[in-house]
Design a protein around this ligand. Structure first.
Ligand code: M6R
Length: 364
């Protein structure tokens, strides 16, 4: 069942390129995203004036990344809510709102309750779900299935990257039908999305060097993940993965926010995993890295391969392939998953069944 891998998590990390192909390729028509077979008509995308994304855990982090990608592209408000909060709120949504519900299992109780609430407010509910025929898929107005195949490890890996792929396709289709993208622009976007797949493969091939760097983490009790913009959204997922399976306390911080209090926690004992793949804020993130370095932090920095760095900025530098800024999440996800995986195995923990956690949270 594990196909020769020692754990399901490692197997599922390796399955991501294929899962992405399975999710994207059947929905490409002449190089453009097309949801005809999913029975999602374009008026779902043209009739709304705001998007509200609701999910839990890793699925919510996919939503955070999608928000940072979609809002500047579509120029409409895109909000992300934690389902367990949203379901008890009085959200400002209605018939003008497209609510996107993200769930691997399709059975998470808070996400399901949030979707029911959104529908009561008159919003259209589009679910991005992995498990066929699950409750969320059945009750939503429209479903875009991800094709990750069964995900067994409690820590979500391939489900996250296919959720992102599906959300990126939604963003591209919306931009096209709302007149924000021309056909050539949408085609280019999809080409870049497909280019992210070999970039993921390149990072999977670097797993031994990622395993080696984890020696700097496994004897620590705390770690920080920092980044700005999309890189911050990726940091959230990196910190969750590390906490969940290695039991190292990890926090994700918007890099510019550190100096408003949290930098007091940075010492030589606190490694910082910094992500700097977004051209627009690259210099700003590097300056935040200098601040943590000055406080003695051991810095593991992830950038694109062509990033130019001064000596001494980072202790370890991981380079991902040069791809479009919006798409770096795919290779970055692999790096962050492998860091968490090797931190867990390095501590001889139960990678696939971490303590206190269930694969699907179906009770409150
Ligand atoms: O099945 P869902 O996608 O609704 O699950 C949501 C979360 O419970 C899930 O992503 C959880 O955070 C994972 N264990 C993270 O790896």
């Amino acid at each position: 069942m594990k196909n020769g891998f020692p754990h399901f998590m490692l197997k599922e990390i390796h399955e991501q390129p294929e899962a992405l192909r399975n999710t994207i390729l059947p929905r490409l028509s002449k190089g453009l995203p097309d949801f005809t077979d999913d029975q999602i008509p374009d008026d779902v995308f043209t009739s709304c004036s705001q998007i509200h994304i609701v999910a839990c855990g890793t699925a919510m982090h996919a939503g955070m990344a999608a928000r940072s990608m979609m809002e500047p592209l579509l120029r409409i408000p895109v909000t992300v809510s934690v389902a367990s909060e949203f379901r008890y709120e009085e959200p400002l949504i209605g018939e003008d709102t497209l609510v996107i519900i993200i769930s691997q299992s399709g059975e998470t109780i808070d996400t399901l309750a949030a979707m029911r609430l959104a529908k009561n407010y008159g919003a259209a509910a589009l679910s991005v779900v992995n498990v066929k025929g699950s409750t969320i898929a059945r009750e939503s107005d429209y479903t875009l299935y991800t094709h990750a195949g069964p995900e067994i490890a409690v820590a979500s890996t391939k489900a996250y990257s296919v959720q992102l792929a599906a959300l990126y396709m939604i963003g591209c289709r919306m931009a096209l039908v709302r007149g924000k993208y021309s056909v050539p622009q949408a085609t280019e976007f999809m080409k870049k999305l497909l280019n992210a797949i070999p970039a993921m493969e390149a990072m999977i091939a670097q797993k031994d060097s990622i395993k080696a760097l984890v020696t700097h983490l496994i004897n620590k009790s705390d770690a920080f993940f920092i980044g700005r913009g999309l890189d911050y959204a990726f940091s959230l997922e990196g910190a969750l993965k590390l906490k969940e399976i290695s039991y190292i306390h990890a926090e994700a911080y918007a890099a510019g926010e550190l100096k408003h209090g949290t930098i007091a926690l940075i010492t030589e004992e606190v490694p910082v995993i910094a992500i700097a793949t977004q051209e627009k804020v690259f210099a700003k993130t590097i300056s935040n890295i200098r601040e943590v370095k000055a406080r003695g932090a051991f810095v593991i920095l992830i950038t694109k391969e062509d990033a130019v760095l001064d000596r001494g900025v980072a202790d370890i530098h991981i380079r991902i392939p040069k791809i479009g800024d919006r798409f770096t999440v795919f290779p970055i996800a692999v790096v962050l998953q492998l860091i968490a995986y090797y931190a867990s195995t390095g501590k001889n923990l139960d990678v696939d069944q971490p303590r206190n956690l269930a694969k699907s949270v179906t009770v409150e």
